[in-house]
Design a binder for this molecule. Structure first.
Ligand code: HEM
Length: 298
């Protein structure tokens, strides 16, 4: 029995030594990685990463998760929600496939954002197994988001290209700073929705790539060396980019949910049934409405 245990331990040690020799972080690479902290021949990613990670990211996240909902609460209390008649015609705008893929994206984000925040504020959750579970759920939800983001990009990209309406929409903040019901210049999607689309899809793909790098950590795809980076610096760069994008995406996600659930009453129905109220299109997507009228689709 003793011989078997010694044999197993020896095999495990040899395997881990072989693995360490192949490792991009540990083993032979470890000394070099430590020495390159902050030296001129590395990109000085070490000190930059340490300062951002220890002093800035957590505080900025706190400002976003408290500040953005607070601004929208004020908006809701002062200017209130928009109502549109439900007695008029309804127009079919989102296919079942659009809605199912969107649902997949929504579910993945409802896991990604809380678990991401749990990692950022891990110290307040006591670290350990709870935060590790959050980390694995974050990885799982990333895979789900990956399934959603590719089709979503392709079925909406044509409607998301910039138009002159977008400049006019931005100039009046989409009409959201006034109580007056007037026609807002926008096609099927307005400038705010387009911005969300590009950040959520292209930004989402950057999040997947940088997130995967941090999740798997020790791999060699030749990416780091192609840019003259050590593996540790590649991970630091991934963490910096991932955090900055996450700040932006979290702020826009809260905005998207506020617009869909609170700012425009009943807007969520379009993502459930596929239909939008004629009045909502007439006022909030006036160019699209005129186009549909001209084509006798309303
Ligand atoms: C709980 C989460 C979510 C809710 C309640 C929600 C709700 C909605 C609603 C109601 C619409 C239709 C808006 C309209 O045209 O009137 C919409 C559209 C859209 N959603 Fe979401 N959504 C959620 C999550 C997401 C996520 C995670 C993504 C992307 C990763 C996403 C991307 C989009 C895009 C690109 C559109 C089209 C442009 C826009 O309307 O903003 N949504 N969503």
């Amino acid at each position: 029995m003793k011989t078997i245990i010694v044999f197993i331990i020896t095999i495990l040690m040899l395997t881990s030594m072989a693995y360490a020799a192949e490792s991009m972080i540990w083993g032979n690479m470890l000394i070099g990685n430590i020495l390159s902290y902050g030296t001129k021949d590395s990109l000085n990613m070490g000190p930059l990463f340490t300062i951002l990670q220890s002093q800035y990211f957590r505080n900025i996240f706190l400002v976003i998760v408290i500040g953005v909902p607070a601004v929208f609460l004020m908006h809701y209390l002062v200017l209130g929600a928009r109502f549109f008649s439900h007695d008029g015609k309804k127009v079919y705008v989102f296919s079942l496939f659009n809605r199912l893929i969107h649902l997949l994206a929504a579910i993945s984000f409802l896991v990604l954002i809380p678990t991401g925040l749990m990692m950022i504020f891990g110290v307040y959750f006591g670290g350990g197994p709870l935060v590790m579970t959050a980390r694995h759920l974050h990885g799982l939800a990333t895979a789900l988001f990956f399934l959603a983001v590719i089709p979503m990009f392709f079925f909406w990209v044509a409607d998301m290209l910039p138009t002159v309406d977008d400049i006019k929409w931005i100039a009046i903040f989409g009409g959201y700073l006034s109580r007056k019901q007037s026609e807002v210049p926008a096609g099927k999607f307005n400038a705010g929705q387009k911005m969300w689309f590009w950040i959520a899809t292209l930004g989402g793909i950057v999040m997947i790539a940088t997130g995967a790098a941090m999740y798997f950590q020790d791999f060699n795809l030749g990416i780091a060396s192609a840019f003259g980076l050590s593996q540790i610096d590649l991970l630091r760069a991934s963490a910096i980019v991932h955090n900055i994008m996450a700040l932006l995406i979290t702020a826009l996600f809260i905005t998207h949910v506020y617009m869909s659930l609170f700012a425009v009453k009943g807007a969520i129905n379009s993502m459930i049934t596929g239909y939008k109220e004629e009045q909502e299109l007439k006022y909030l997507h006036s160019s699209f409405y005129r186009k549909l009228k001209a084509q006798n689709k309303i």
